[in-house]
Design a protein around this ligand. Structure first.
Ligand SMILES: *Cc1c(COP(=O)(O)O)cnc(C)c1O
Length: 858
């Protein structure tokens, strides 16, 4: 659906500057996601950290002509003569208003989903349950914020028959705006839990706020076993239909069926757990909806009575959270007229919700971006956006492997024209289409290299598959096409031990530390030591995407790797080697300068290259006594030498706390700060340009936010360990392996080298393919520490070997091939470091390069 610019102006009530004609089909708030410039309306949003107005010039250059702004650029009449500026008081409110008016155009059922957990799962499962019979528009991934919701609702088109939208709030008062935009006719409250509780005084307050969303809905679906929810709904004066569901025992269920006891408000449920399976049902929320690697097929039978009619469906999951999500979905589906037999059929085929785009190293120099969960145009666009944003300076080709897309409501021709256009705009250079419809529409694709196959098997047995090499490959298609098979074959399998890195957790930790900082304070992120073991390149790409001001590495070569992989921002080199100056200049790296010898050599080298004004960072030694100028004795001479040349220029001046993580050193820290403060002021006052002053590291940011000065340096905290109390923030790295072999070993035998593993009982011993050469510290052996197998502690037995370790699984129900967690969400890395008297830094940075890394993000 397109709106003329005049219509948009009327809808949002803007003052227009400019007279160009335009039709608007796309709205944009993040300049990096630009796709169709001519038809795009850009909203210049302002946040604490960023201002959309700064991107107008760039977007104009890339062809955008329509902007919603708070203030019109002064050069609008000259520089942007053919553009339209729509001036409003608040672009964010205008965005919400436009979405609201767009929503008004449609008289269709719209499901609003809110709650603390399970929103995305309920939305995605409802999509799977409803899409066989109606055209569904839903929020992409978890676009559920004040900005994400309007962007989602904008996607409703003329073919849409039902909308599914998530609404998430973090503060009181936000829900009303979301209600006006979504205008749900059906409300689903998934569950109430802890997230964002900090901003609400009580659970009731939070619950009431969430219920705001459903104020004008016709019906609301909720867990009537939750007393707080039930009470709040009763008191809210909600006038529509209520479908409260309640889980009862089999006896109580029989009583309802036979009429001996009354039906609940909406749906009475008896959950019969995995009758045919012995898999434990104690999965925690972490494994919700099967995001873990589960091989068994498990089934839960759900018996229900809905509006007096009994039915049953089979659910291919058994954990509590999945069961509850499925019940909420069943209520909505039945309400929307899905018949019980169909409900059963579709429930039994529910796919786990893969809420991640995975990035993996593949064979033959390929990188695989895996989104083999479903395929529709929205999620295709998001995945393409993700691929195109990841810079790739090996100049590798970008390849898209796509399956047929079902249920778009558009004609096949229109649909694939749109898909083809998207692919071209997002820079796809090679296209591989799999499916009969794609084969029919092959002509729509005007892409340099294109191939079409009727099915996955035809593709995998082709030369096209065998010759995939040095490409970035996005795999996007539904599992029903067997797309997971493609990924499996393409993945490089060198070792069964992997380090899983959660890039979302990196961002969450970044934001945690930013919350202590003023919006204008700059940030250096330490990606030295291969990003504390997490992998510098992928971490840096993510950080670049979140606009950190500097990245810092130890040596020049680490900086070169970042540059070669598309990191364009400022890079600081903490320990520049005297032999690396040429590299530093060639790759635009900024060295730290800590001594006169280094300073003179650097100046000399720069002068020889004819360089002037090369930015450097001056380090002062205020108490660590490692590297740095003496702030009292040396500072005048530092100033004199800097003043006497123009090859280098001080960009920043800094020092490092020796004990910001411990209150025992507070006095010493204060002294360090005083020394630094005096010397750095002196340096600044000698120069006209601004010299950034910085001292806080991770612990400092948290302990001494008042000492943040112009910039902070974030290290360990970014990787999820709070250095102040060894608490885990958001787990970034998980080291996993699998059980290679199990054996029974009788009590009189020993395990491993030098017979150190003495057994006190008949034991079951597992061998796992990880040893000290992978970074599993040898001191963890002989029962000093343990790993986690199926949720239980498995101690290391005997000496840890170079490539293998042995664990005691006597009391654990497990089999060969089962997953083993060395450290991660179930076993904090600090447990390992404490066990052998070291610090988490060492454990993280020891993981060796031969351990494959797998990155993922929601
Ligand atoms: C490594 C490093 C940091 C980061 O320290 P964390 O304790 O990991 O936050 C900060 N500044 C300098 C100079 C460093 O070398």
């Amino acid at each position: 659906m397109k709106y003329s610019i005049e219509k948009v102006i009327t809808l949002i009530g803007a003052r227009r500057i400019g007279r160009a004609d335009a039709n608007i089909g796309w709205i944009l708030t993040d300049s990096r996601s630009l796709c169709f410039p001519e038809e795009t309306l850009f909203f210049a949003l302002r946040s604490e950290r960023n201002d959309g107005h700064n991107y107008i010039h760039d977007l104009y250059r890339r062809g955008v002509r329509n902007f919603v702004v708070e203030h019109v650029p002064e050069t609008a009449a000259t520089e942007y003569a053919d553009a339209n500026f729509l001036k409003v008081v608040s672009p964010r409110a205008a965005l919400q208003r436009l979405a609201e008016r767009h929503r008004d155009e449609f008289d269709i059922p719209v499901v609003g989903i809110t709650g603390s957990h399970g929103k995305t799962i309920v939305k995605e499962w409802l999509y799977q349950l409803l899409s066989p019979q109606m055209v569904v528009t839903r929020s992409p991934r978890s676009y559920n914020s004040q900005i994400g919701v309007p962007l989602s609702v904008w996607l409703i088109g003329e073919h849409t028959e039902v909308g599914l939208f998530e609404a998430g709030i973090s503060e009181p008062g936000e829900m009303q705006a979301l209600r006006d935009i979504i205008q749900p006719t059906i409300g689903v409250l998934t569950s109430l839990g802890a997230p964002h509780q900090e901003n609400f005084r009580t659970m009731e307050e939070k619950c009431r706020e969430k219920l705001e969303l459903f104020h004008d809905a016709q019906v609301i679906v909720y867990d009537s076993d939750d007393d707080i929810v039930s009470r709040c709904i009763r008191r809210s004066g909600f006038g529509g239909d209520k479908i409260g569901w309640s889980i009862v025992s089999s006896g109580q269920f029989d009583d309802v069926v036979s009429g001996r006891s009354a039906d609940a408000v909406g749906m009475t449920v008896w959950v019969e757990r995995g009758a045919d399976s012995d898999v434990a049902a104690d999965n925690e929320a972490g494994s919700i909806a099967g995001t873990d690697a589960r091989h068994e097929t498990v089934t839960t039978m759900i018996h229900y009575i809905y509006k007096g009619v009994a039915g049953t469906y089979r659910l291919p999951f058994m954990d509590e959270a999945s069961v509850k999500c499925s019940i909420a979905c069943a209520c909505v589906a039945l309400y929307l007229g899905v018949v019980p037999e169909e409900l059963d059929r579709r429930m039994s085929r529910l796919e786990p919700v893969a809420m991640r785009l995975e990035v993996k190293e593949g064979r033959n120099g390929c990188t695989i971006i895996n989104d083999s969960y479903n395929s529709d145009v929205n999620s295709l666009d998001i995945a393409l956006d993700f691929m195109s944003r990841r810079p790739d300076h090996h100049g590798r080709r970008r390849t898209l492997v796509l399956s047929d897309i079902y249920q778009s409501g558009e004609s096949e021709e229109t649909l694939y024209k749109e898909v083809a256009e998207l692919a071209v705009k997002r820079g796809v250079e090679k296209f591989i289409g799999i499916g009969k419809a794609l084969c029919r529409q092959a002509d729509s694709f005007r892409i340099g290299e294109k191939w079409f196959f009727a099915d996955v098997n035809e593709f995998i047995s082709s030369d096209v598959f065998r010759s995939l090499r040095d490409e970035v490959i996005l795999i996007k298609g539904s599992r029903s096409f067997g797309f997971d098979h493609i990924t499996e074959l393409l993945e490089r399998k060198v070792h069964e031990t992997i380090l899983e890195v959660n890039l979302n957790a990196v961002v969450a930790n970044l934001n945690y530390y930013r919350s202590f900082m003023h919006p204008e304070t700059k940030l250096v992120c330490m990606v030295k030591a291969d990003a504390y073991g997490a992998g510098a390149v992928e971490v840096a790409k993510t950080l670049q995407d979140h606009r950190v001001d500097y990245m810092a590495v130890a040596v020049a070569d680490e900086g070169v790797i970042l540059r070669k992989n598309g990191i364009t921002g400022n890079i600081m080199i903490m320990n520049p080697e005297m032999t690396a100056f040429k590299t530093i200049f060639d790759y635009d790296l900024e060295p730290e300068v800590y001594s006169f010898r280094l300073m003179d050599a650097l100046i000399h080298a720069a002068e020889k290259e004819g360089i002037t004004g090369w930015p450097v960072h001056i380090k002062l030694d205020t108490g660590m006594h490692r590297l740095g100028f003496d702030p009292e004795r040396d500072i005048d001479e530092v100033i004199r030498r800097l003043k006497g040349q123009n090859a280098i220029i001080p960009r920043s001046v800094f020092s490092h706390f020796v004990g910001s993580d411990s209150h025992g050193f507070d006095e010493f820290s204060a002294r360090q700060f005083r020394l630094f403060d005096d010397a750095s002021r002196k340096l600044q006052s000698a120069f006209d340009h601004r010299i950034l002053r910085h001292m806080d590291n991770s612990a400092g940011i948290e302990q001494f936010p008042e000492r943040q000065l112009d910039m902070c340096r974030l290290g360990l905290g970014l990787y999820g360990v709070d250095p102040c109390d060894n608490r885990i923030l958001n787990t970034v790295s998980t080291l996993r392996t699998t059980i290679l072999q199990l054996r029974h070993v009788p009590v009189y035998e020993t395990v491993g080298y030098s017979r150190r593993g003495v057994l006190s009982r008949d034991s079951v011993i597992g061998a796992i393919p990880i040893g000290y050469a992978d970074g599993l510290n040898r001191h963890l052996g002989n029962g000093r520490c343990y790993c986690i197998v199926n949720g239980k502690k498995a101690p290391y037995v005997g000496n840890i070997c170079m490539d293998v370790a042995m664990i005691d699984v006597t009391d654990i129900d497990c089999k060969e091939g089962d997953a083993v967690e060395i450290f991660g969400p179930e076993l904090p890395v600090t447990v390992l470091s404490d066990a052998i008297g070291t610090i988490p830094y060492e454990i993280l940075t020891s993981v060796s390069g031969r351990v494959k890394k797998v990155y993922y993000q929601d």
